[in-house]
Write a protein that binds this ligand. Structure first.
Ligand code: ASP
Length: 366
C-alpha cells in the first residue's frame, strides 16, 4: 500500500511504518541522550580537571604593632615564626585538597587561637576588669554571607562561632550572652573564661593600668602597645571564592563592653569575589571609622586600583594621616596577596598560587 523508501528498508504496511518510525525515534533519542550524557561527562571532567588545577593561595596575620627585633628573644621569634608557618601551611594544604575557603579560614585561625602567643582565644588580652571578651568574624566573597560574634567570654573558638552564625543563623552578628547561648545550643565547645589566661597578658594589663593611673587624660589615654596579636586569614579556594576571617581579644584594659573592628563586617573583615578579601589588625577605633577592609575592596572595584595599590593607599596614606596604626592582609580572586602595615611590625605569613612561602615579622628584615 505504502511504498516509501527508508535508508535501510522498504516499508509496505502501516504497521511496518509505525514500527520503523518508532524505532528511528528511539534511536535518535538514544543518540541524543548519549550525546548529552557524553557532553555532561566531558563538562564534569573539565570542571573537575579545572578545579583540580585551580589556583589556591593564603595569607595570615598574627597582629600588628610596635614589634621590635630589639625587644624579642631569638626563642620567642622562632616560636612565633613556627606557629605562623604551621598555620599557613595547614590552611594551604586544606585549600589544595579542595576544602571550601570558609573551612580553611576557620581551621587556620583555630591554630592561632589555641596558641598562647596571639591575642585571640588562649592568650587573649585582659579587659580592665581582668577577664577576656572575644570578638571574631568571617565573610564569604562569593555569597557575601557573613557571621560575627562580639564580646563573648566562654566560647572556646570565637571564629568557629562566627562561622556558625554565618551558616546557621539568619543574622550577621550576635553578641555577649546571646551569642554564647546560640553557640552552646549548637554544640560549640564552652570553656571557663580563665582558660584564655596567660602570664604575659596579665603583665600587660598591669602595665596598662599603671599607665592609666598616672595619666591625667582619663580613660582614652590608656591605649598602649599591649594589644597586638589579633589573628586573621584570607584565602582563595579551588572553587574560585575568596574568604576572610579575623579573631581577637581586642585591646588591653578595654572596658564598658568595648567592641573593636574585628567583628565588624567592612571594618576588620570583608570579602567580595569581585574585588578582594581583607582581614585587618590595629587600633580598632580607626579601622571602624575608616571602614578599612571594605574601603580597600571598594577602591579596587570602583577606582580600578590593583590589590596592592588599594591596600597601600588605605593603610599607608589614609590611616597614617588619621594616626591609626595597624595593617591588613588582603587577597584578590587571582590569588594576588598584599600585606601592608604602618606599624613597626606585623606577624604575617603567606603561600602564593605558586606555592612560595613567606613568614615575616618586621618591616625591613624578616
Ligand atoms: N583591631 C583589634 C581591636 O581593636 C586589635 C588589634 O588588631 O590589635 O580590637
Amino acid at each position: 500500500m505504502f511504498n516509501f523508501n527508508t535508508p535501510s528498508t522498504t516499508v509496505n504496511t502501516v504497521f511496518d511504518a509505525v514500527k520503523w518510525f518508532s524505532s528511528s525515534v528511539k534511536k535518535s533519542c538514544l543518540l541524543a541522550l548519549s550525546v548529552t550524557s557524553l557532553s555532561f561527562s566531558i563538562s564534569a571532567f573539565a570542571h573537575e580537571h579545572q578545579s583540580e588545577n585551580a589556583p589556591v593561595a593564603i595569607a595570615i596575620h598574627g597582629g600588628a604593632g610596635t614589634i621590635l627585633k630589639s625587644s624579642m628573644t631569638p626563642e620567642k621569634e622562632a616560636a612565633y615564626k613556627a606557629t605562623l608557618e604551621q598555620a599557613v601551611k595547614h590552611g594551604y594544604s586544606l585549600l589544595k585538597q579542595g576544602v571550601p575557603g570558609e573551612q580553611a579560614v576557620v581551621e587556620t585561625i583555630k591554630i592561632l587561637e589555641q596558641s598562647p602567643l596571639f591575642n585571640a582565644g588562649v592568650g587573649a588580652v585582659y579587659t580592665f576588669d581582668g577577664n577576656h571578651e572575644l570578638d571574631a568574624s568571617i565573610m564569604h566573597g562569593g555569597t557575601k554571607n557573613a557571621g560575627a560574634v562580639a564580646g563573648v567570654t566562654t566560647i572556646k573558638s570565637p571564629i568557629e562561632a562566627a562561622l556558625l552564625v554565618m551558616e546557621s543563623s539568619p543574622h550577621v552578628m550576635l553578641s555577649g550572652k546571646g551569642a554564647e547561648q546560640y553557640a552552646a545550643e549548637n554544640g560549640l565547645e564552652q570553656v571557663d573564661n580563665t582558660m584564655f589566661d596567660t602570664e604575659f597578658r596579665k603583665h600587660a594589663l598591669d602595665k596598662a593600668k599603671a599607665r592609666m593611673a598616672q595619666a591625667s587624660a582619663g580613660y582614652g589615654s590608656q591605649q598602649g602597645n599591649e594589644r597586638f596579636g589579633t589573628v586573621g586569614a584570607v584565602v582563595l579556594d579551588k572553587q574560585g571564592n575568596i574568604v576572610a576571617g579575623t579573631s581577637t581579644g581586642g585591646m588591653t584594659a578595654k572596658r564598658y563592653g568595648r567592641i573593636g573592628d574585628s567583628p565588624i563586617i567592612g571594618a576588620g573583615t570583608y570579602a567580595d569575589n569581585e574585588s578582594c578579601a581583607v582581614s585587618a589588625t590595629g587600633h580598632g577605633e580607626f579601622f571602624i571609622r575608616y571602614h578599612v577592609a571594605a574601603d580597600i575592596c571598594a577602591r579596587m572595584k570602583y577606582q580600578g586600583l590593583s590589590l596592592s595599590e588599594a591596600a597601600d593607599k588605605v593603610v599607608n596614606d589614609i590611616l597614617v594621616e588619621a594616626k591609626g596604626d595597624g595593617g591588613v592582609i588582603a587577597i584578590d580572586s587571582a590569588g594576588n596577596i598584599a600585606m601592608p602595615f604602618n606599624s613597626k611590625g606585623m606577624y604575617r605569613a603567606s603561600i602564593s598560587t605558586d606555592g612560595d612561602v613567606t613568614v615575616a615579622i618586621y618591616k625591613d628584615a624578616l
